[in-house]
Design a binder for this molecule. Structure first.
Ligand code: ZN
Length: 231
């Protein structure tokens, strides 16, 4: 149908959104054809084994990277994959995932060249998000003395990895994880980093399955990060 001329911009937008709806229809049909009853089974229950806490960056889509289907990965994403003890959104996701869904693994996933980390490192003023990124600046300040000693070209990715370590440690110290460990529930917290340049996930080896693991795992992982980025 011919669109009114003064509505051209809106028409383009509607076409783009229609593409998404068409894509969705095709995906749903293909998924159901490949696995008849797929959606009716998901309707009854979800039993993910993993909670992914990652960056909101569009280049780091959780399910696709680990090739998992709907129902297999519980996901929380925010700018720069931060776990803050006062963030009721992230804590609520963690609590539901651990207490109700009984996920076995909580994975904090950072990524190389993270825009939030760059802003925190370079003191860039972006807007409201600056306040959120103060948490990443706290990580930077914690490790500033070492960051000052490494080549400038390594600093962004070094801080991306340090941020994963600190957020993984924060996750270990949440009441959610602490309470799970106290009652003997198996939950392991991990820290990974994703390479935008090669599409690969790397384990930063900070995995902790009990309170006593936290500091040794943190120190081991920190030593690995430092060895990798020291010039
Ligand atoms: Zn990011």
């Amino acid at each position: 149908m011919e669109q009114p001329r003064d509505n051209a911009g809106m028409t383009t937008t509607n076409h783009q959104l229609q593409d998404l709806l068409d894509n969705n229809k095709r995906w749903a049909e293909e998924t159901e054809a490949q696995s008849p009853g797929f959606f009716s089974r998901l309707l009854k229950q979800q039993t993910p084994q993993y909670l992914w806490i990652g960056c909101a960056d569009s280049r780091v889509p959780a399910n696709e990277l680990v090739d998992l289907l709907p129902g297999e990965l519980f996901v929380h994403r925010n700018v720069a994959n931060v776990v803050v003890h006062s963030d009721l959104n992230c804590l609520s996701v963690m609590q539901f995932a651990v207490d109700q869904l009984k996920v076995r693994h909580v994975i904090i996933v950072g990524h190389s060249n993270c825009g939030g980390v760059v802003a925190a490192l370079r003191d860039l003023r972006v807007g409201l998000v600056d306040n959120w990124l103060r948490h990443v600046q706290d990580v930077r300040h914690m490790h500033q003395a070492w960051l000052d000693t490494i080549p400038d070209a390594n600093r962004v990715n070094a801080l991306c990895e340090l941020n994963v370590l600190e957020q993984a440690r924060n996750a270990c110290h949440t009441t959610v994880v602490q309470d799970a460990w106290t009652r003997g529930q198996e939950v392991v917290v991990h820290g990974w980093v994703y390479g935008l340049h090669n599409g690969l996930l790397e384990d930063l080896q900070i995995s902790a399955a009990r309170v006593e693991d936290i500091e040794p795992a943190y120190r081991r992982s920190l030593a690995l990060v430092k060895a990798r980025h020291t010039g």
